[in-house]
Design a protein around this ligand. Sequence first.
Ligand code: ATP
Length: 350
Amino acid sequence: MPKIALLPGDGIGPEVTYAAVEVLKAADEVFGLGLVFEAFPFGGNAIDAHGEPFPEATRRGCLAADAILLGAIGGPRWDEVPRHLRPETGLLALRKAHGLFANLRPARVLPGLEHLSPLKPEIARGVDVLVIRELTGGIYFGEPRGMSEAEAWNTERYSRLEVERIARVAFEAARKRAKRVCSVDKANVLEVGEFWRKTVEEVHREYPDVALEHQYVDAMAMHLVTRPSRFDVVVTGNIFGDILSDLASVLPGSLGLLPSASLGERTPLFEPVHGSAPDIAGKGIANPTAAILSAAMLLTYALNRPEVARQVEEAVAQALAQNPTPDLGGKATTQGFTQQVIAAFRKVAA
Ligand code: ATP
């Protein structure tokens, strides 16, 4: 019985999380997944109720779960509290508690929604790229670091273990997709890049069924704009991943469409890329697509049911083509849209 810890959070977080739960329940009905859900306070609401963003009961609930589904946290109400009590501090603690070293951000241009992309429709068509960013190493954490009057310095550093484990995440993810990995580095200039490339190639020997190519990060930035549909899984270090995942995230054309997953040593975490959108919270018009697609990633990466996830994605694509929420120019409410997804899912899965 897979246990899903729900952290609905703040703002539109609960609205979109429970929309995703309804879709998961529909998938459970059809495929008999035996899912068990339990919700925990997290973020601003936890600060209000318990005086801290990541209370002990939430900590324990997440560690005992097979997957965590998070909505969104924060909002102007908690901007004034001391830093260690901010909702975002809870998110950092959650990531740390679960050793989440891999961040997965898919950017898919859904069929029929090419017009939303800032790229020409013929370039946007068929884009389905998964950017995997190493999240806990590299120059953002490397020592020594510092600043004096005269200079400042940071250190890009990766250990063999860090590169091997992120490479494995990429090859495993590729096996659930189109079986192609593009590793991005700067091996022509940086020793870390040379080491990264060599280590990824060594891990690749365990995955002969997956195709591997390498790109320099500068070339990759161009390719992601000029021919993004050519890529499947893209794996890279922390700083390059920070930049390239943001670049890729604009390709589908709307923040409300982007899911994410963070994988690591303990319970994996699934959450929309968007924030708590306080400006539309409680109005019933939030687009639940990113949360529903995050639930689809949960099916793939936590429960190893990629075929069920694909049917959820197909249902979402159909519902978006039919009548989307107002952010995409439609008239559907969060609830109405969710019901459209469930109806489409039942047909796709039948
Ligand atoms: P954060 O720093 O937490 O990411 P933010 O204010 O920068 O927060 P969001 O909360 O994601 O970003 O909101 C940015 C804009 O996008 C807002 O106008 C919000 O209403 C809109 N938006 C975000 N997510 C959705 C969604 N799921 N459905 C509809 N509109 C959304």
